[in-house]
Design a protein around this ligand. Sequence first.
Ligand SMILES: Cc1cc2nc3c(=O)[nH]c(=O)nc-3n(C[C@H](O)[C@H](O)[C@H](O)COP(=O)(O)OP(=O)(O)OC[C@H]3O[C@@H](n4cnc5c(N)ncnc54)[C@H](O)[C@@H]3O)c2cc1C
Length: 221
Amino acid sequence: MKSWSDIEHSKQRVISNERIAPGSHLLKLHRNHKFIAGQVIALGISAEIEPRLYSIASAENDDLITILYSEKAEGALTPMLSNLKTGDTLLVSKPFGTFTAVKDNAVFVATGTGIAPFMSMLLSNKVNHATVIHGASYPEFFYFSEYLHSTLGERYIRCCSRCMPGCLYVGRVTKFLKEWDALSPNKNYYLCGSAEMVVETRDILISRGVSTAKINSEIYF
Ligand SMILES: Cc1cc2nc3c(=O)[nH]c(=O)nc-3n(C[C@H](O)[C@H](O)[C@H](O)COP(=O)(O)OP(=O)(O)OC[C@H]3O[C@@H](n4cnc5c(N)ncnc54)[C@H](O)[C@@H]3O)c2cc1C
């Protein structure tokens, strides 16, 4: 990642920074620039720490920008982010990124906070008839589940790796995809999360007949 001196940025005040699950927060800022659903912004507390990237989770026409982030125990930035209060300042870049070209009948595959760009696409009405396959360790990490469940119904699939058998699929998204009857080579697939998940999912999709042209990914490193 570039340093702050290489990217256009401004200081902004925090509107709110709400804890929504253990170690997980929704940060809200004023939207000072237009963006396309799927884009990211860089955030920082001071120029000494390199910018970190975060997907925008809110709709393109909202007055506020929402960022969903999870705190990394040994991380340089997120422990500080999680202590921010309303009115505190933060360094914020202009939105950028190319994970934006979404088509109808998309299948979104996300793990953890990787759901963020897909929320922005859904809330911005960028896609019709999308399916969301979201992976998390425990039920509390299925962020935005109320909205996704009420909007997508059976096209919202939660893969819970550490849940007891019950109403959710038990296992990772990759296990689900290997078994999924409805997996179609004709759909467009959008993957967002760790490099490990993206690489493994890509291999599974290819092994099930999906061409690489139909697989798009955003890796959180
Ligand atoms: C395109 C893109 C979009 C992204 N969007 C999001 C998003 O929407 N939400 C989100 O939460 N994240 C997102 N990320 C990830 C985000 O940019 C940061 O990497 C993440 O928040 C961690 O930042 P950090 O400064 O707290 O951790 P870092 O300091 O960068 O550390 C990263 C990891 O290394 C470990 N680590 C660091 N130092 C040590 C050490 N000394 N010993 C042991 N372990 C160590 C930390 O535990 C942590 O797991 C995105 C990344 C990319 C590339």
